[in-house]
Unconditional design. Structure first.
Lengths: 70, 426
């Protein structure tokens, strides 16, 4: 479907944690500070914040994209 | 390391390993490599149809349908590389080494058929550093083929590092492409891997051996073996508490216990490790489960790489699992946080339980960590470890009760029944 989802590049991610601060509704951190995505489509009201999280990630590890792959 | 002293195959099925020998003997047994007409699209279409009809699935661990992988490869374009994956980083697996030592021509023929089909212009055989007997056997076979002008495309041998993770397909292609033996994050696993701008198609040695037979004989003989839904045979390495460890060829769908029995367990068996160190423990109530994708999935296991480890009654399943968890943690590529930090933490938790130093808190903590790790690495290395540990907590649940307040079972200090490249401390 055309739902947008948050995806993290786990190799790029260095646990800055800004994403979870910006978007606690969808992103939590594990005990080492690495993000855990809730896996749901991004609701319309959070889309701006999700895109900002992607833009502000120092490692550019976040994308907001349509779900694909197997 | 193994290789030179590989035991001959056990059991009665010998589709793949039945005709070892030099090129002449290979050709006598199987007939010529008929890819001369490879630029002919009728020939190509015929082989695609045969592969599809055969129901062959990848034998490197993923059990992914070979015909779907082929479709993706055909769409990725021509002039690519066929990568023969003989990395076999799984410590309990011997089948790829055995195949290449006994029937190298069958594996190499499979690569030639695939190359002709995909119009690839390069074949690379990946044999890790240290697996010298395998490399010698393949080098000899390649020379024979070249002398007899048997192979349309030259077969290159390359020697990547000998690490568990080095054979993961994106890591292997990355190493060929850039020299870095590290998995690559691919948001879409359907995207073809590339060396430079050209596509790379990675196949396990056993898959290629099956492919070489299907290309010659059609799908019939392959489909006549195994189950209707999952045809063919599989090579399985059986080890652990058995009198005759080794590689067996069995029909897909053979009950787990029938496979284990071929190697003669030496004592009552408490569990089988199925699918390798990233696989799952299976308890006696499921020993009749057919070795095939969906029946194994139903009991929370997977076919994985063709490995069965027999765990006898005088072993400690918790301690053995802690050793595997530690080994897998040590083998992390240390690229992704959840794997780099999560795996050692899980290994510590499990070791604590095995030593009898666990409590309610450590159990809850272990479950929380396991629940958070799935699917968060660039590759599936952490997922395999999580599956293994979860199965250990289920299958050895009664042992966990016996390992607490400083008490352990009598066997926790016993030497390991498992194979590791070097000693693993827990």
């Amino acid at each position: 479907m055309n739902e947008l989802r948050i995806a993290i590049d786990p190799v790029a991610c260095k646990a800055y944690g800004y994403c979870a601060e910006l978007l606690p509704e969808a992103i939590s951190l594990d005990e080492w500070g690495y993000p855990i995505i809730d896996g749901h489509p991004v609701p319309a009201e959070l889309l701006t914040l999700a895109k900002r999280a992607a833009r502000d990630c120092p490692m550019r590890a976040i994308t907001v994209r349509r779900k694909s792959g197997r | 390391m193994p290789s030179a002293d590989l035991a001959p195959p056990v059991g009665k099925v010998h589709r793949l390993l039945g005709h070892p020998g030099n090129l002449t003997e290979h050709l006598d047994a199987h007939g010529p490599l008929n890819v001369a007409v490879s630029r002919n699209s009728t020939w190509q279409q015929g082989l695609v149809t045969s592969l599809e009809a055969s129901g062959l699935t990848g034998r490197g661990g993923g059990s992914f349908p070979t015909s779907i992988k082929l479709e993706l490869a055909l769409a990725a374009g021509s002039r690519g590389t066929i990568v023969v994956n003989a990395m076999e980083g799984e410590p309990a697996s011997e089948k790829d080494k055995l195949l290449l030592c006994r029937v190298p021509h069958l594996v190499l023929d499979g690569a030639q058929y695939l190359a002709a089909l995909c119009r690839a212009d390069r074949i690379v055989v990946c044999i890790p550093i240290g697996h010298d007997a395998v490399a010698t056997a393949v080098r000899h076979a390649v020379a024979e083929r070249s002398d007899h002008r048997h192979a349309p495309l030259a077969e290159e041998i390359v020697r990547p590092p000998d690490r568990f993770i080095a054979g993961e397909e994106s890591a292997l292609v990355n190493w060929i492409d850039t020299g870095r033996s590290l998995p690559v994050f691919r948001p879409d696993k359907g995207t073809p891997l590339r060396i430079g701008r050209r596509p790379a198609l990675v196949h396990n040695t056993e898959t290629l051996a099956h492919l070489a037979l299907i290309a010659r004989d059609g799908p019939g003989p392959f489909r006549n073996r195994g189950m209707t839904g999952e045809p063919g045979t599989s090579l399985i390495t059986v080890s652990g508490d058995v009198a005759h460890p080794g590689v067996v060829e069995v029909d897909r769908g053979t009950p787990l216990w029938d496979i284990a029995k071929l190697s003669h367990p030496v004592e009552p068996v408490q569990a089988l490790l199925v699918g390798g160190y990233g696989g799952a423990w299976v308890g006696p109530e499921h020993f009749a489960t057919p070795y095939a994708t969906s029946p194994l999935r139903r009991i929370g296991a997977a076919a994985g790489v063709g490995v069965i480890v027999v765990l006898g009654a005088s072993s400690c399943g918790l301690t053995e699992s802690a050793r595997i968890a530690r080994y897998l943690a040590d083998q992390s590529a240390r690229q992704c946080g959840p794997c780099m930090y999560g795996l050692p933490a899980v290994a510590d938790d499990l070791a604590q339980l095995a030593r009898g130093q666990g409590d309610g808190d450590s159990m809850a903590r272990l479950h929380r960590r396991l629940g958070q790790m799935m699917g968060r690495g660039a590759c599936r290395h952490p997922d395999g470890a999580v599956g293994l540990v979860r199965s250990a907590l289920a299958v050895f649940a009664t042992d966990i009760a016996g390992h607490s307040q400083g008490r352990t079972c009598p066997f926790w200090r016993s030497p390991t029944s498992l194979r590791f490249p070097r000693a693993v401390e827990v």
